[in-house]
Design a protein. Structure first.
Length: 201
């Protein structure tokens, strides 16, 4: 979203002044849930932004497409680094950020002395050891919020359905001439299904 803001596309995305651009941006953001092999194929179809009739908006979307291509598709961060299709764990760094925020709150200062930090570290190690013993003794783990559990189930179901659909496209030695069109149609339907889960409403 930061790059969308930097390129001046936030109003087109949020205000709905151009639904085609909003859908195009959401599909790009949802590419994180594609299998690595499919990202380049889908990007080839998304590379050209939708024409809007507004030359300024067209220039902004073209600049954004160039950025995505040179940074995330063919640049410093190849799709194998950021594809979450095979990931069943956390999709964000919220857990680590929450831990660091809690650490800063517990210590009370941004730069504690070595002694203060070591004292805290020893207490924290003891807490973790106690928690491990409790879990080993059968205590249930901390429950996740039901909304997140449901979101993970929805994403897993969408991934499974998408995987089955594209398997039918690629399972033949001599694919049908319209196989790539079917693959893109399945991919875009998948984006539209999981886009709201990844990006939000």
């Amino acid at each position: 979203m930061r790059r969308i803001q930097r390129e001046g596309l936030l109003s087109a995305y949020e205000d709905g002044e151009s639904p085609e651009v909003r859908q195009w941006l959401r599909r790009i953001m949802a590419m994180t849930l594609l299998p690595t092999f499919a990202i380049q194929k889908v990007w080839d179809a998304l590379r050209c932004p939708p024409a809007t009739g507004d030359p300024l908006l067209n220039a902004k979307t073209a600049t954004f497409a160039t950025y995505v291509d040179t940074t995330w598709i063919n640049g410093s961060f190849p799709p194998s680094l950021w594809s979450h299709y095979d990931n069943v764990g956390p999709r964000t760094t919220n857990l680590a950020e929450g831990w660091h925020n809690g650490l800063n709150t517990l210590l009370g200062v941004s730069h504690p002395s070595t002694r203060t930090f070591l004292d805290w570290l020893q207490r924290y190690q003891f807490e973790i050891q106690c928690r491990c013993l409790q879990l080993a003794a059968g205590r249930p783990p901390k429950e996740r919020r039901p909304a997140y559990v449901q979101m993970d189930k929805s994403i897993a179901a969408a991934k499974l359905e998408y995987g089955v659909q594209i398997a039918h496209v690629f399972c033949y030695q001599f694919p049908h001439p319209s196989a790539m069109d079917a693959f893109l149609a399945y991919s875009f339907a998948y984006f539209d299904r999981v886009g709201y889960l990844v990006v939000g409403a």
